[in-house]
Design a protein around this ligand. Structure first.
Ligand code: SF4
Length: 346
């Protein structure tokens, strides 16, 4: 038996029952792959189920406005993914030729990179192409005991070629999913369970006695700590939120409770006025919340505040006063929930 056979036999016995694995529908497979970028399986699962219930086909997604799409994405983070998914759905439907079935065609769509294209083409359409996600990178780096950075082109070429040798040409999608599953459940970053792994006989990292020392680690981008002040302004039952501009680097189009960097050189009231308009006065400090966005580790002081709008509120961006129920239905980051809890609003 070849290693490719061993891998598939293991997958057939051990595969997790996940909602996107119950069909070969390319739309569902694509959606799941997009959601699973930067998001854990257990977190993504309920989002996926709600999303396909509301938008069961690519046509349904293409016909929707962006607001409800972002609303269903609220809390998953990396909202650019949802915008690109929506834009790509519109391109697919406008093209009129059905769902693209090859990596070459899929790569032309917004937000679809080599990994997603290979995953959709192999799982939904049986194209014999290897995928290389973080899990596969780790498994193959260990299997080869590769002394190259998997993020650089030489390392990627070696890993892609090695992953291709593990593809069963009659079931390439399952072979790819098997490698991803192996990385997610057995060949984990810490304490890989090599005694349960179907690739044990040929694994060079295991033979070195130190499988955890692979993949080769390049220096990571350092986390940057940032302090902010966030202002909860309410007019009785409603709370003031702003919508971030569509071209924001972070959280584009997402509703937020006003917040500004805490800088010793500038009073927060002035930064609030510059960013959101109006004239601000700050009240009681309610506590601090921590939140991470990509490499930024944010410490956010939550304070009560009041704003005198005087007609200038929300200059350049949408603003609104919302009840808690309405906020729950807005596209917003999980940071909004953290701030409202700290403020004792929920
Ligand atoms: S034998 Fe161990 S290190 Fe090698 S691929 Fe399997 S789980 Fe990973």
């Amino acid at each position: 038996m070849s290693e490719a056979d061993d891998l598939l036999r293991w997958f057939d016995a051990e595969r997790r029952d996940l909602p996107w694995r119950r069909s070969r529908d390319p739309y569902r497979i694509w959606l799941s792959e997009v959601m699973l970028q930067q998001t854990r399986v257990e977190t993504a699962r309920p989002y996926f189920e709600r999303f396909v219930e509301r938008f069961p086909t690519v046509d349904a997604l293409a016909a929707a406005e962006i607001e409800p799409v972002l609303g269903l994405w609220s809390g998953l983070g990396y909202y650019r993914r949802a915008r690109q998914l929506h834009a790509a759905a519109r391109e697919i439907v406008a093209g009129g030729g059905g769902f693209p079935s090859t990596t070459e065609e899929l790569l032309k769509l917004p937000g679809i990179g080599p990994y997603t294209a290979a995953a959709v083409a192999s799982i939904a359409f049986g194209q014999v192409v290897p995928v290389l996600d973080g899990n596969v990178e780790r498994v193959m780096s260990r299997h080869l005991a590769l002394e190259l950075d998997p993020k650089k082109s030489a390392g990627r070429r070696r890993l892609t070629a090695a992953a291709a040798t593990l593809l069963d040409p009659t079931r390439p999608g399952d072979s790819n999913q098997a490698l991803m599953e192996l990385g997610a459940t057995i060949c984990k970053p810490r304490a890989p369970r090599c005694d349960e792994c179907p690739l044990t006989p040929g694994c060079r990292a295991l033979a070195t006695g130190a499988p955890e020392s692979y993949p080769f680690m390049a220096a990571r981008r350092k986390q940057v700590r940032q302090r902010h002040v966030c202002v909860v302004a309410s007019n009785g039952t409603r709370i003031l939120l702003f919508r971030r501009p569509d071209d924001s680097e972070l959280l584009a189009g997402i509703w937020e409770i006003p917040w500004v960097p805490a800088e010793s050189s500038s009073r927060p009231e002035l930064r609030l006025e510059e960013t959101y308009g109006g004239s601000w006065s700050l009240g009681r400090h309610l506590g601090r919340v921590r939140h991470s966005i990509t490499y930024r580790a944010l410490e956010i002081d939550v304070v009560l505040g009041e704003v005198d709008a005087a007609g200038s509120l929300g200059e350049g961006r949408e603003a609104g006063w919302f009840t808690l129920d309405e906020i729950a239905g807005l596209p917003s980051s999980s940071l909004v929930g953290k701030i409202l809890r700290r403020a004792g609003k929920v």
